[in-house]
Design a protein around this ligand. Structure first.
Ligand code: BES
Ligand code: MN
Ligand code: MN
Length: 463
């Protein structure tokens, strides 16, 4: 590994410049106006993989954005690692809250990143983290130290639900055969507290529409006489949590796996400062489900949150009007063994049942995904743990995350493979938010750590 690490040290500047080039392409998968840029990004990844030394590089067409595939099979008797990542990013809005343009990456110092962080949409989620794998691979290949076979599958639709990746995986099972999947699309606790993500929450996402009268009405003439859809929607949403912040949808918790006291005690060992947490978010106190810690509320417990709500008059000044319709987008984060389809149905039935007679309710389900957990006694986890120990000088802590990567459960189902989540982002990196950034420390440390995983996995696997 010495040649690999030297190669990384010698090429640091170029590795950064190449990531900045990638970040300049606005690959927003949710907005069709950027379709050309999303495709350009796929080409950028493909040529980077080719230059790194990958073979069979292919931009695989799907019904949506393409999947970039590449591999390097050095010896069929060695294990194979399948690297997954995504090259699409979230929309950048609200644009005016960015301190520098989202697709003009710049390196700036912050309190948490004294060595500097790259500010750009996708810097952390997931271009920066995905690109660490391309560069780590390049370093291993060019140094003649690649320790096992590698396959890459980099998609362009993660932020919009990975629908076509599901089809791609089903149709390419042979080509994607591997021993483990490796993903950097999550976070760690802090730059001096390495951790490995051992669980992801699932997701059920719905849009609701409440219709009252058939047209907007004068709020003086009709106010008090008809169901105001915005009032009604607010009331209905408020009723979805009780006074203990438990979710009130009947059956919602039926399949939730409760952790044992030992498991909860183990979780509680991870460092967490409520004070620092509140300070970082400028809040006076945390808020959530009774009986659970903040760490637990954000990982092992299911949640329901309104992500957007609109209707009526929101322009300047006052317009006295009762809107005909009100809308909201609602996400439910799920934990094992909740099933997204079942939860969506429970929501739908409940939401319809609590609407008053004078209002109509329409619920439209969006994409969802199953939760996933990974064991910590597997060869893959041990190899990852050894890799972190090499570069951080301490053992990483296993941590369950609150985010979702729905394809992880799908990979297990379709390919029979477990995923190792080696994330190097920090919660404070503002992913999906204005001023998303990724620490230079994190970028380089990731590139340095990944090759150690390959070596350790190859050794442990063949034992
Ligand atoms: N990389 C994130 C998920 C993530 C981030 C997991 C940090 C754990 C820690 C991913 O790109 C993402 O944003 N997923 C979406 C779900 C998807 C279906 C749009 C999410 O979690 O909201
Ligand atoms: Mn991501
Ligand atoms: Mn994301």
């Amino acid at each position: 590994m010495e040649n690999t690490q030297n190669y990384i040290a010698e090429n640091k500047e170029r590795f950064l410049e190449e990531l900045l080039d990638l970040l300049r392409i606005p690959s927003i998968s949710a907005d069709a106006a950027y379709a050309g840029d999303v495709l350009k990004t796929a080409e950028n990844i493909a040529s980077n993989l080719k230059n790194a030394g990958a073979e069979n590089v292919e931009i695989c067409e799907t019904a949506g954005y393409p999947v970039v595939y590449a591999d390097k099979i050095i010896d069929p008797s060695l294990p194979t690692v399948l690297v997954y990542g995504h090259y699409d990013v979230q929309p950048a809005d609200p644009i005016d809250l960015w301190t520098s343009p989202p697709f003009e990456p710049v390196v700036k110092k912050t309190d948490i990143h004294p060595d500097g962080a790259i500010f750009a949409r996708g810097a952390c989620d997931d271009k920066g983290q995905m690109f660490m794998h391309v560069k780590a691979f390049e370093a291993m290949v060019q140094s003649g130290e690649l320790a096992c076979n590698v396959k890459f599958m980099i998609e362009g639709e993660e932020e919009v639900g990975s629908e076509n990746l599901g089809i791609f995986v089903k149709e390419n099972k042979e080509r994607l055969s591997a021993d483990i999947i490796l993903v950097s699309d999550t976070g760690m606790l802090a730059n001096d507290v390495p951790s490995i993500t051992t669980g992801l929450r699932g997701l059920s996402y719905v849009e609701v529409e409440v219709t009252g009268p058939n047209r907007d009405l004068h709020s003086g003439l009709y106010g008090g006489c008809v169901a105001n859809p915005i009032n009604i929607l607010s009331k209905m949403i408020a009723s979805l949590h009780d006074e203990n912040n438990h979710i009130t949808i009947p059956g919602f918790y039926d399949r939730v796996v409760e952790l044992t006291d030992e498991e909860r005690a183990e979780m509680a060992k991870a460092p967490f400062s409520k004070e620092a947490y509140c300070k970082a978010l400028d809040i006076e106190d945390v808020y959530g489900e009774e009986g659970y810690s903040t760490m637990e509320r954000g990982s092992i417990r299911p949640t329901l949150d309104v992500n957007g709500i609109w209707g009526g008059y929101t322009g300047e000044g006052a317009k006295t009007v009762i809107a005909s319709k009100a809308y909201a987008k609602i996400s439910m984060r799920l934990v094992p063994d909740q099933d997204p389809e079942e939860i969506t149905n429970l929501f739908l039935n409940h939401f319809e049942s609590i609407a008053p007679k004078g209002a109509k309710v329409k619920v439209t389900p969006h994409h969802g995904g199953e939760p996933a957990v990974t064991p910590i006694d597997s060869v893959g986890y041990k190899a990852a743990s050894m890799a972190y120990e090499k570069t951080f000088g301490k053992k990483p802590i296993p941590v369950r995350s609150g985010g979702s990567i729905p394809i992880v459960a799908m990979f297990e189902k379709e390919l029979g493979l477990k995923t190792i989540l080696m994330g190097f982002g920090l919660d404070s990196d503002a992913i999906h938010s204005p001023n998303e950034h990724y620490g230079l420390f994190n970028y380089y440390r990731g590139i340095e750590t990944i090759p150690h995983f390959y070596v350790a996995f190859s050794e442990l696997h063949n034992k």
